[in-house]
Design a protein around this ligand. Structure first.
Ligand code: ZN
Length: 424
């Protein structure tokens, strides 16, 4: 695959020229594919270091490329050397001397902002001068459920509150079939493109504990040993960007507590289908959010929420087909504390091990994650995390690091008990 780009006025457009091996790996791609980024206020799209532009291209093309990626512009030796960690695809670039991009630790922290609870919690514990960059997904008839209304409103309210928020529109999701982010860090590409012009020091993401340390699934993992961390922290560092995960030690439970407690927290909405302050009340995110808020506010499961397991096919699908349920631990926490909901919820409580496992640790901060926060604002963020949610003690850490949740015959029986009641 060869990649080139051009910048004009308010946009930067990338072109992917596919070779035979690319077409084998990604048959949906034609000989030429494109994706672009545009400012939403009509301002000129800023210049960025060629290595950073290459990282943007890499984040969107790596999973699609068959054998090689060739950048149609010179990049530094530092970048090429770092990219040798990628063994499946060979990386090369046009001949020409290019100095490496240098870091800027005294610059402004940046957050790749989504408008959801986790990224708002990240913003709330980052220094006040942090600038947020929101990636506005280009609309299309091919994806009808997504609605950017709530996220845009959240950006507007944050600006009104005094925060700097940039909105960059992109269509890179259409490179993939089915539509979606080519890599999970593609969402940070608009921040990378603004890095030079905004004098950023680092780019943070709202990745929470369940995603970083694997506890949304079957087992705890050491994130620092994961291939994800080894690859991308190395590539970010090669282009002089500190990769930051300020809430990697914060579970979904604790990120909601942060949003309830700190002032920026009120500017979020988890549901990406409904309008601002009017969530759809039938998606999986709404179900998790509703049950968790009932627990945190000491309420019972409302009739409206209990009806969701009957009314929403999507909610039933998540509860029945995922083994374990994604983010099952958060549900265990919620259903242990929020009473009521009727027979279906009692069966669900048994399925998700309410009363069988400890969940109190999910409220507190896992301090082992502090190395994922850049030194320039580590102290600020860790102090705020400690004072807002407290730190996990030895007992909490053992619970977390021994997290294990597997399907077995006992669980299958509890599941069929639940399925018999609510239907498949
Ligand atoms: Zn929803």
């Amino acid at each position: 695959m060869r990649i080139s780009y051009e910048r004009y006025n308010s946009s930067i457009r990338f072109y992917l020229f596919c070779e035979d091996a690319d077409k084998v790996r990604s048959p949906h791609l034609g000989s030429q594919s494109e994706f672009s980024y545009s400012t939403t206020d009509g301002s000129t799209f800023p210049e960025s270091h060629p290595d950073r532009v290459a990282l943007v291209a890499l984040l969107n093309s790596l999973p699609l490329a068959g054998e090689r990626i060739h950048f149609g512009w010179p990049v530094s030796e530092t970048f090429l050397e770092a990219s040798k960690i990628i063994s499946r695809v060979q990386i090369s670039a046009e001949e020409g001397k290019q100095e490496p991009a240098v870091g800027n630790p005294s610059g402004i922290p940046c957050l790749s902002f989504s408008g959801g609870a986790d990224s708002t919690a990240a913003l709330a514990v980052m220094p006040p001068e942090t600038e947020s960059v929101f990636m506005l997904r280009k609309k299309s008839y091919r994806r009808s459920l997504y609605d950017s209304d709530a996220a845009i409103e959240s950006c507007r309210l944050l600006s009104e509150y005094g925060k700097t928020v940039h909105i960059i529109e992109s269509d890179f999701e259409y490179l993939r079939n089915p539509i979606g982010f080519p890599t999970d860090l593609s969402v940070a590409t608009p921040s990378i493109l603004l890095f030079d012009s905004r004098n950023f020091s680092s780019i943070a993401l709202g990745t929470i504990l369940e995603s970083a340390y694997g506890t949304s699934g079957s087992n705890y993992r050491e994130y620092l040993d994961s291939s994800h961390y080894r690859l991308w922290s190395r590539m970010f560092s090669a282009v002089g960007i500190d990769y930051s995960l300020p809430v990697a030690g914060v579970s979904e439970v604790a990120s909601s507590i942060i949003c309830k407690t700190l002032p920026e927290g009120r500017f979020h909405q988890s549901c990406i289908r409904g309008k601002w302050e009017s969530p759809c009340q039938s998606c999986w995110k709404c179900f998790r959010k509703n049950t968790l808020m009932a627990a945190l506010n000491g309420r019972e499961i409302s009739r409206e929420v209990s009806k969701m397991v009957w009314r929403s096919r999507e909610v039933r699908k998540h509860l029945i087909e995922n083994k374990p349920i994604k983010h099952e631990g958060v549900l265990t926490y919620s259903l242990e504390r929020a009473k009521g909901g009727g027979e279906a919820f009692d069966k669900l409580r048994k399925l998700v091990r309410v009363g069988k496992i400890n969940t109190g640790w999910m409220e507190r901060w896992y301090s082992h994650s502090e190395s994922l926060i850049p030194e320039s604002y580590r102290r600020f963020t860790t102090d705020l995390l400690k004072s807002t949610i407290g730190v996990m003690d030895e007992h909490d850490r053992i619970e977390l690091e021994n997290w294990s949740n597997h399907n077995d015959t006992k669980r299958e029986l509890l599941l069929s008990d639940f399925t018999d009641l609510v239907g498949g």
